[in-house]
Design a protein around this ligand. Structure first.
Ligand SMILES: C[S@@+](CC[C@H](N)C(=O)[O-])C[C@H]1O[C@@H](n2cnc3c(N)ncnc32)[C@H](O)[C@@H]1O
Length: 280
C-alpha cells in the first residue's frame, strides 16, 4: 500500500469531507444517547504542511491555505477553521488536522471514537496526537474487517466514516459490503463515504450501488467537480455520499461544495447536491 495522506492533507477534498463531517457531528451529538463514531481509514491525525510531502504536491496550498486567506467563507467551514486553529500556535498555519482530531474536537465525554489505520507509522502518530481523555480505541489493522466486526447494532447512535485511498479497485466493493453490513445491524446508522470523482460512469454506478446497499434509507451526495470530467486519469472532483443524512444536511452542504467549486475550481467547476429520498 503506497498511499500516504500527508501528500494530500488540506486539499479541496479534505475541505469538503471535513466540513460535511463537522456538520454531521454537530447534528448527531445532541440528546442523551452516546454517539459512537467509527473511522475506518483514520490516517495520522495531524499533518505538517511544511513537510516535503505536502510541499511537493502543493495541494494544501491550493486548498486550506486559500480557504484561510479568503473573505466571505461560508459558516459551514467554521468548525474546520477552528480545528486548524487548535492544532497551530497562534497565528501559525503549519499543521492541518485529520478526521480523528476533527472528531475528537466535537465529541462529548460520553461519546465513543474508534479509529482504524493499517500503517504502523500513521497508527503510532495517531495514537500520540489524540487526547488521552477522549478514550479513543485506535485499531492497528484493516478497517474494513474491524468496522464490520464491531459496529454496534440498533438502537445505538452510530456514525461511520469510510475514507479509503481508492488506490485499489476493490475499495468500492469493500465500501458497499461494509455499508450493507452496517445497515443490516443498525438501519438508522449514518454512514458517510468519501468518493473520488474521475469519470461519470464510475461515480454514477457507485451511487446506484449505494442506494441498493442502503436498503431503502435516504442517501445524499454532495459533489465538488473542479473541472469537467474530460480526463478520467485525473482527480476531477470528489463527493461525500451520506446514508441516512440528518435533516438539513443538503442545505448545509450546498454552500460548502459551491464555495469549493467557485474558489478552487477551474472553468466549468460545479458543486451539486443530490438527494435520493428514502424508500425509492
Ligand atoms: C484518505 S486517508 C484517511 C484520511 C483521514 N480519514 C482524514 O480525513 O484525515 C486513508 C488512510 O487509510 C489507510 N488505510 C489504507 N488501507 C486501509 C485499511 N484496509 N484499513 C485501515 N486503514 C487503511 C491509509 O494508510 C491512510 O492513512
Amino acid at each position: 500500500m503506497n498511499y500516504r495522506h500527508a501528500f494530500h492533507a488540506g486539499n479541496f477534498a479534505d475541505l469538503a469531507k471535513h466540513a460535511i463531517l463537522t456538520r454531521l457531528l454537530r447534528d448527531l451529538v445532541v440528546g442523551p444517547a452516546p454517539l459512537t463514531v467509527i473511522d475506518t481509514h483514520a490516517g495520522a491525525g495531524i499533518y505538517d504542511l511544511q513537510a516535503d510531502a505536502s510541499r511537493r504536491t502543493g495541494e494544501a496550498g491550493a486548498g486550506i491555505v486559500r480557504l484561510l486567506a479568503a473573505q466571505d467563507v461560508p459558516t459551514a467551514f467554521a468548525d474546520v477553521v477552528a480545528a486548524v486553529a487548535r492544532v497551530n500556535a497562534r497565528g501559525e498555519r503549519r499543521y492541518y488536522p485529520g478526521s480523528p482530531v476533527i472528531v475528537a474536537g466535537l465529541l462529548r465525554p460520553r461519546d465513543r471514537y474508534i479509529a482504524c489505520e493499517l500503517r504502523p507509522d500513521d497508527h503510532a502518530a495517531l495514537k500520540s496526537v489524540l487526547p488521552r481523555e477522549l478514550g479513543a480505541l485506535v485499531h492497528l489493522g484493516d478497517g474494513w474487517a474491524h468496522a464490520a466486526r464491531i459496529a454496534p447494532g440498533a438502537p445505538a447512535h452510530l456514525l461511520v466514516l469510510i475514507d479509503p485511498p481508492f488506490e485499489r479497485g476493490d475499495d468500492y466493493a469493500e465500501a458497499l459490503a461494509l455499508l450493507g453490513k452496517v445497515m443490516s445491524v443498525n438501519p438508522g446508522a449514518v454512514v458517510a463515504i468519501w468518493v473520488p470523482i474521475k469519470d461519470l460512469a464510475t461515480f454514477d454506478a457507485f451511487l446506484g450501488e449505494v442506494e441498493d446497499a442502503a436498503s431503502g434509507a435516504a442517501v445524499l451526495a454532495a459533489e465538488v467537480r473542479l473541472r469537467p470530467l474530460s480526463d478520467p486519469m485525473r482527480l476531477n472532483g470528489c463527493a461525500m455520499v451520506v446514508v441516512n443524512p440528518p435533516t438539513g444536511l443538503g442545505a448545509a452542504a450546498g454552500p460548502v461544495v459551491d464555495w469549493l467549486a467557485e474558489n478552487l475550481g477551474e472553468a466549468g467547476a460545479v458543486g451539486r447536491i443530490t438527494d435520493f429520498a428514502a424508500g425509492i
